[in-house]
Design a protein. Sequence first.
Lengths: 113, 114
Amino acid sequence: GAGVSQSPSNKVTEKGKDVELRCDPISGHTALYWYRQSLGQGLEFLIYFQGNSAPDKSGLPSDRFSAERTGGSVSTLTIQRTQQEDSAVYLCASSLSTGKPQHFGDGTRLSIL
Amino acid sequence: DAKTTQPPSMDCAEGRAANLPCNHSTISGNEYVYWYRQIHSQGPQYIIHGLKNNETNEMASLIITEDRKSSTLILPHATLRDTAVYYCIVRVAVWETSGSRLTFGEGTQLTVNP
């Protein structure tokens, strides 16, 4: 079946603009995660959704970052007033449930000019 | 989650077994060992995980020492497509919110040579 799908695959925008990144998880997966990976760095956890529970937002680096998951499926990560340090690959993962192996998409490469 | 230690890089000849070690000497009894890999420009790919017993699937085998302080990922017949960064991750098995995330270290860059 289809894996985790992310769009766009690449995004270039000017500093100060808002961006929206989309994640389509694997069908039936109740848990969804966002991470980001800066050049040459490891993965940094951002936010986690599990079913209808309140999301774990503890990894969001600032209040410019927000995410939602509508209908328990598709998720959107929004970055407002982008800064150059927001440049990174933003990765989405889903799992059948909490604790099950996470399966990743190929990410959105975000470049802030 | 417990910290893991991996060699920064390893080389392997195509067709030979690749044995990737990982130390996790502070692992707790309720923590699993997970392995992921990341091929250039792709997202991380789940490989295998285990708690105490050795595990095998279509991709690899995972050997965990009896004291659980170290493990080895084995790719039995490495191919050029196995060239990637391999991450060993220890993850708590208690399904609290904080136990849901994965914490990736530096990993091992495995290069499979023709």
